[in-house]
Design a protein around this ligand. Structure first.
Ligand code: GTP
Ligand code: MN
Ligand code: MN
Length: 611
């Protein structure tokens, strides 16, 4: 099925192009790189090995090109600022395509392009696009080396920002060639082909195309993380979700954390919240002092993506984080809300689209209560607090290696993964949806996840603050038909002897004055404790129409300024309001028309009858 992909090699070159000095590679890799060099026509090809010295060279190259601005090395050693093109600051879902022979494979929630048409269209853009530029060959592994689920990818890119970022976000370099070779000659083809060019960073000529049947990604015209670091959303979610569907595992937009209780008992929990809805913050949570004294401790395995499979021996769900770094939201992040994130970005970090202060430090809205008296804003313009503009972009981000995180879980790099005891879905809802409830069972949990709604944020372009259905927080990331994706969730249950408990949280409910009622961040530990206890079969819960809920007294509020009355408000489910909510869940049912899995239809009938 790779005929289209290699066509250029045949019709283009008469002699083999120079692919530069390279490490030992197999014939599949060689043929693919040669074909892409022929097509893109870079001036030179540089193969990355993943060493520290190489990283320094790339950063210096980036500084020379103006791609990186060196920050104050006393304060922030190894840290750099990157300003993206102003039209290129978030994922562009309208320009993201699943390319398959027929539209049904992509399904009603994806943009679809027919495979040949997509290759033809993008070949037009890629041809000659690297003239005068360097092509970096970036080999990487998603997942711990040696893990049965780990996947090798190779990204060709003309962006030094992307090359350096891939070094932070993945296990990058020679280690990937080793992993590929370990698969033996019959698997030499077993790598995701990732082709990327920033092109002229023109939104009119921007396409993020996925070819799941070819294990191939072609991304043109954007340097933004989610569009350009192809190991992340493109490979580890869109391509991986399709592979998981075929091979009986799951790729999800989830955080993964370890929760250690007072007795030393450790429970691993995943959480699927849509973009900019609190995964990174929850994954790095520091418990309130009282809980710390009791012995509660949180450790991070991952903050954005989880791959899960059913362990044959135990029948339990296990999980790894395929990434090796964090690409985290900056606005609102500070020493109070997320000290572990702050600590993670003190060295070897790339800051994207934040303000630069006169002393070579960075600033973003919410970093400190008092803004700096002056700065250069994310667009490079002089900025003062009263100028009426934001200093940092609302989707400004930091890119930092996981090993910087003081709360990194010891098993974060374990090829065998960790067992999952609870799955938490969550959205950003100012009304209607309670702070926490537990689904009655897996089937109901899948329904709760599939009907997840959240107010849109700056992480994707488009209107913000509108409630949109975002099934499992995966709407922008399911690489195939959502009908099959939901069936997959139901099917996975049959492979498990004992399944994780499923929950739903909402940290974002507001009062009549428009203020968040729940304090959030570290205080989310109080809700998490109930979730852990429920997963272990210990805590009390009352049955409600939505699922199992704690009584107000089951959530400890000691030391908080909110009362049990506030908690009643946070947990309130207004039946009339919820009828409207169910109607708005129709959105996803309508998209699937008659193809909604029958389990979903059944769960909705049960919910309606509980009303
Ligand atoms: P992606 O990385 O885009 O997938 O997003 P994410 O889910 O990791 O979101 P993140 O943790 O970065 O949080 C996004 C925004 O929500 C930040 O501005 C946070 O300050 C804010 N936030 C996170 N947790 C809470 C919370 O518990 N309460 C409130 N009120 N805000 C929160
Ligand atoms: Mn994300
Ligand atoms: Mn995040």
């Amino acid at each position: 099925s790779r005929t289209q992909d290699v066509q250029t090699a045949a019709d283009g070159a008469t002699s083999k192009p120079s692919i530069g000095a390279h490490p030992p590679i197999n014939n599949s890799v060689r043929a693919w790189v040669e074909a892409k060099v022929t097509m893109c026509q870079p001036d030179r090809v540089v193969w990355l090995d993943g060493s520290k010295e190489e990283r320094q060279r790339l950063i210096q190259q980036g500084v020379k090109e103006g791609v990186f601005i060196q920050l104050n090395q006393q304060k922030l050693p190894g840290c750099y600022l990157h300003r993206s093109n102003q039209n290129d600051v978030a994922r562009t879902e309208q320009l993201t395509f699943i390319c398959t022979p027929n539209a049904d494979m992509a399904g009603p929630t994806n943009n679809w392009m027919e495979t040949r048409q997509a290759y033809t269209k993008l070949r037009g853009l890629f041809t000659g696009c690297m003239k005068g530029r360097t092509m970096y060959v970036v080999p990487f592994i998603m997942g711990p080396a040696g893990s049965p689920l780990a996947k090798v990818g190779v990204q060709l890119t003309d962006s030094v920002y992307v090359a350096v970022s891939m070094g932070l976000m993945t296990r990058m370099g020679d280690v990937a060639w080793k992993q590929l070779a370990a698969g033996g000659p019959e698997h030499e083809d077993d790598f995701t082909r990732c082709l990327h060019s920033v092109g002229d960073v023109n939104p009119e000529r921007r396409f993020i195309c996925h070819f799941p049947l070819d294990n191939t990604i072609w991304s043109f015209g954007s340097g933004y993380g989610g569009n350009a670091l192809l190991g992340k959303k493109c490979l580890a979610l869109r391509i991986a979700s399709f592979l998981g569907f075929q091979q009986d595992w799951m790729a999800e937009h989830m955080l993964l954390m370890g929760v250690t209780g007072p007795t030393g008992e450790k429970t691993y929990v995943t959480g699927a919240f849509p973009s900019a809805c609190g995964k990174t913050n929850f994954a790095m949570l520091i418990p309130p002092e009282k809980y710390q004294k009791e012995g509660w401790k949180i450790s991070t395995v991952g903050d954005d993506i989880v791959w899960m499979w059913v362990d044959k021996e135990s029948g339990k769900l296990r999980a790894i984080n395929p990434e090796a770094g964090y690409f985290g939201v900056l606005p609102g992040t500070n020493e109070k809300t997320n000290p572990n994130a702050m600590a993670s970005m003190q060295k070897e970090t790339i800051y994207t689209n934040v303000a630069l202060t006169p002393d070579g430090d960075v600033w973003w809205e919410g970093k400190t209560d008092v803004p700096p008296p002056q700065a250069i804003d994310w667009t490079g313009q002089p900025w003062t607090p009263d100028c009426g503009r934001k200093a940092a972009h609302a989707n400004s981000r930091f890119t930092a290696p996981a090993t910087n995180n003081p709360a990194l879980d010891p098993a974060w790099d374990d090829p065998a993964g960790v067992p999952v005891s609870a799955i938490i879905f969550g959205g950003r809802r100012s009304r209607t949806v309670p702070l926490v409830f537990q689904a009655f069972n897996w089937m109901h949990g899948v329904y709760v996840g599939a009907t997840l709604g959240s107010e849109t944020t700056a992480a994707a372009t488009g209107a913000q603050g509108v409630v949109r259905r975002d099934p499992m927080a995966m709407l922008p990331f399911i690489g195939y038909n959502i009908r099959d994706y939901l069936v997959h969730w139901f099917r996975i249950r049959k492979k498990m002897s004992d399944c994780p408990r499923v929950f739903h949280v909402n940290w974002f409910r507001k009062d009549d004055q428009g203020k968040f009622i729940w304090p959030g961040f570290g205080e989310n530990m109080r809700v998490l404790k109930w979730i852990i206890d429920r997963s272990r079969g210990r805590a009390y819960a009352k049955e409600t129409l939505l699922g199992w809920m704690p009584r107000p007294k089951d959530i400890d509020l000691e030391g908080l300024s909110i009362t049990h009355d506030d908690l009643e408000k946070l947990q309130a489910v207004e039946v009339e309001e919820f009828k409207t909510e169910i109607l708005s869940q129709e959105e996803i049912f309508l998209k699937l028309a008659g193809e909604m899995p029958k389990e979903m239809v059944f769960q909705r009938e049960l919910l309606v009858s509980r009303l």
